[in-house]
Design a protein around this ligand. Sequence first.
Ligand SMILES: NC(=O)c1ccc[n+]([C@@H]2O[C@H](COP(=O)([O-])OP(=O)(O)OC[C@H]3O[C@@H](n4cnc5c(N)ncnc54)[C@H](O)[C@@H]3O)[C@@H](O)[C@H]2O)c1
Length: 482
Amino acid sequence: MLTSVQKVFKTQNCGLPPWEIKSEMPFKRKILCIGAGYVGGPTMAMIAFKCSQYKVTVVDINPERIARWNSDDLPIYEPGLDEVVRAARGRNLFFSTEIEKGIRDSDVIFVSVNTPTKTFGAGAGMAADLQYWDKTAREIRKHSQSSKIIVEKSTLPVKTAQAMERILACGDNGLCFDVLSNPEFLAEGNAIKDLENPDRVLIGSSQTTEGLLARDVLVEIYANWVPKNKIITSNIWSSELSKLVANAFLAQRISSVNSISALCEKADADIQEVTRAVGMDSRVGNKFLNASVGFGGSCFKKDILNLVYICRHYDLKEVADYWEGVVRINDYQKERFILNMLHVMFNTLAGKKICLLGFAFKADTGDTRESPAIRITKRLLEEKADLVITDPKAIDNAKDDLKGVTGSISYVEDPYEAAAGCCAIAVMTEWSLYKELDYREIYRKMAKPAFVFDGRNILDHPALHEIGFNVFPIGKPSLTHF
Ligand SMILES: NC(=O)c1ccc[n+]([C@@H]2O[C@H](COP(=O)([O-])OP(=O)(O)OC[C@H]3O[C@@H](n4cnc5c(N)ncnc54)[C@H](O)[C@@H]3O)[C@@H](O)[C@H]2O)c1
């Protein structure tokens, strides 16, 4: 059966399959993306896949990453990504380290470099670190030989486009650069579906004649496959801010549910019953209402902290405090999870073997950035537990994250082997494969009494209890044999 991507592939690409499109065909537009990460790679692959009339080149300073984009072992895992890349790579999609050439040859440049939280100097721990962004702007200015449209894909503090324009305008080459904001709303693990069928594409531009013309060029690119009514435009500052606010709202929802999960545990209520009732109100909606060990990923925390920093900059203390609470609850939830484990396992974890089921920050990705599992691992090691980590896609990243961390950690791919001899298993990632494991078999091989801490509320708790486990979900009554 064809996947949705394959079906589209049959009907798109100007009706031409890749093998009939000659490499020497002139391209209507030359698009460059600087930054071949979780956003740059999939986003550009989708543009190239949908629009064979454009040449799309993705460049990066990291040669290993580029080599993997050019191999069968892509640097990131996303369901459906392999097929999209395979269909377009070498036809009109290219990955390269030749940044200078890429800049020279392109008409439209997407900038998708990382914008992590600053770790030094003013604003450390809050503000966005714009050094990669700033360097990219200077590279564009230095190597450009023709006027270009620059598209901010990275998530940036409001008013960054102005800084970009100022850097670019300093050139003495008489070139014009129009800067657009086009934040990416894809969710990792669902990136290909989100890119193929986005809820919306947002394009912010300056309201000058040139700005609006540049905006229309970008609208035309997306209109190749995104319905026009889903392509929305705004002024550039609204667009930059919308991305921060969208992530803040999503994270706030998780922290809201998690805060109530703590109350449910005290009050013998069940968070799933509560959220079902609350979510059936159409004003609230039922998505993003799962209680869990907390949110992770490279974006939520950094974008909220960035928002908080901007609010403080504008002297909006109450607004800043309000949003900072979302991050505080997220930290609280992870700590609560650990303290609960410690408490119910008789106040000592020293020397106890504990299996972490999953390490990625969410299912269907190998990404572990800001994964709750990192904090949980470090805290469990402080308690001198022996840890066994398993994950279908994230073990390599987990090893990198925990490099230099002292304590007993082993990495085991097979979840049955990972759980063998353990006193407890703790679900860190909602991989669907964990719902289907043979827990009777797992229980048989574990040390007794055996505990399950379901940090994602994905397992069948009564069934596990029946098998013999002591079960501790999030925001629901525990099921024990004591
Ligand atoms: N990951 C997500 O789900 C997501 C979603 C929406 C928006 N964003 C935003 O998109 C941006 C990129 O995120 P990501 O997750 O793709 O980051 P990433 O770290 O995976 O990728 C960034 C890439 O940029 C490269 N890079 C840095 N400086 C460079 C330079 N001067 N020249 C060429 N390449 C350079 C890095 O080597 C890296 O490969 C960030 O601003 C992020 O906030 C991320």
